[in-house]
Design a protein. Structure first.
Length: 144
């Protein structure tokens, strides 16, 4: 099991990915064909699954005391995740009922959401700090 704070962060990101997948799938259903919808849905589900597997394997690896065991376990877990992803991509590439580009978009959603959240928090904190400094200057009477 995951620690409580890691579980909460995973659920938050998985919820955002699910919302974006539903929005993209709905718009693809309206403006495109069903293969794009399936690609986005399957890609999003695979992205959430991969993210969960990364979280679980990271917790397991950090609990190991031997560096060689940790390295071996990390390699095995990585190969499992890569095999799953390659398998899904192969099925999508060889079948017409799943759009390969849409699958790739779905697979990248977790990364986009984490990146967007990081940029948002950076801008928010920068603006907060800027206005706090301006307030202090005003209160001190600095006229620079």
């Amino acid at each position: 099991m995951l620690p409580q704070n890691v579980e909460a962060e995973f659920k938050k990101i998985a919820k955002r990915v699910t919302i974006v997948v539903l929005l993209l799938a709905t718009s693809a259903f309206v403006f495109s064909n069903i293969s794009v919808v399936w690609g986005i849905i399957i890609g999003g589900m695979m992205a959430i699954t991969n993210f969960r597997l990364i979280a679980l394997s990271t917790v397991q690896i950090l609990e190991l005391t031997s560096p060689t065991q940790a390295k071996a376990k990390a390699i095995v877990k990585y190969l499992i995740r890569a095999s799953l992803t390659i398998g899904v991509m192969y099925v999508s590439f060889t079948n017409d009922w799943i759009s390969f580009p849409a699958l790739v978009v779905g697979l990248l959603l977790v990364k986009y959401i984490i990146l967007f959240e990081a940029v948002y928090l950076f801008v928010k904190n920068s603006m907060k700090e800027f206005f706090h400094k301006q307030k202090l200057k005003y209160e001190r009477g600095d006229n620079r």
